[in-house]
Write a protein that binds this ligand. Sequence first.
Ligand code: ADP
Ligand code: MG
Length: 288
Amino acid sequence: MDNSDGPATVQRPIISAVAIATKIPAQPHEGDALTKVISIANQKGGVGKTTCSINLGGALAERGYRVLCVDMDPQANLTVGLGVSLSDVHQSMADVLSEDRVSLDDVVRATQTDGLSVAPATLELASTEVELFTAIGREMVLRDALAGWAERQFDVIIIDSPPTLGLLTINSLVASNRVIIPVQTQYYAIKGLTALIKVINTIKIKLNHDLEVLGLLPTFFDGRTVLAREMLENLRQLGDHRVFNTMIKQTVKLGEAPLTGKPVTEYATASAAARAFRDLAQEVIELG
Ligand SMILES: Nc1ncnc2c1ncn2[C@@H]1O[C@H](COP(=O)(O)OP(=O)(O)O)[C@@H](O)[C@H]1O
Ligand SMILES: [Mg+2]
């Protein structure tokens, strides 16, 4: 789909347009730096991966970056959360990764948010994963699909991963140079981290030397509970990996935003959740 006719035609209130215009100096110039590819990964479901993908994407787009969110989860929550109706999706990441090798620019579409595009998923992606098992170079299919057009077209590519450590997540990690790991601070969530870090380290050694863990992102934080504060302390004491200064607090705004098809930075632009994702974007930019 032609990406150029999307966001530009969307009416946006003048105030937010001005606010965004004033932030544009942060925009990188074309050819300035290599495209950053960031996986959002954790094999545990419901930890805030999709929420982080959409809203970090929104916050970076607001800063003037050209952002692509890639949906690698057959549940397609990212796709729907960015306002795409699944009945409208005729070609998706399932086709890009399948033997047909549909090219990425045929599936990427603009969202309602300026600067933010999405490569949609559908439930079919689950069968694509099964097909991948027997494919040669099966871990590298997404990396190859992102090479070229997408790297020229976008400054940042954010890949939302499914809640498994299967081939879809492995493809995400192989295609990325950075990983953000959302970790729920509500109950004992550290346990699964060891398995994830092990997979990341193996991929780094065998398939993708460029892969770095950008940080652990505390999510669903509720500062009133002792458990949440203890969890945060445990995360910091793990020691091996940076814990972002930004924490994503538990808030209804983050549950509501996907129903509007917009990132929280646009749906509730002055909310604490929007500010948190702007802070996260700032940390991500600073970490490089
Ligand atoms: N900080 C938060 N506060 C409240 N609800 C949240 C928060 N983060 C995510 N949610 C909601 O919790 C559910 C799970 O989050 P999601 O991002 O889909 O997790 P995952 O992608 O890891 O499965 C979604 O309905 C989402 O809207
Ligand atoms: Mg998800």
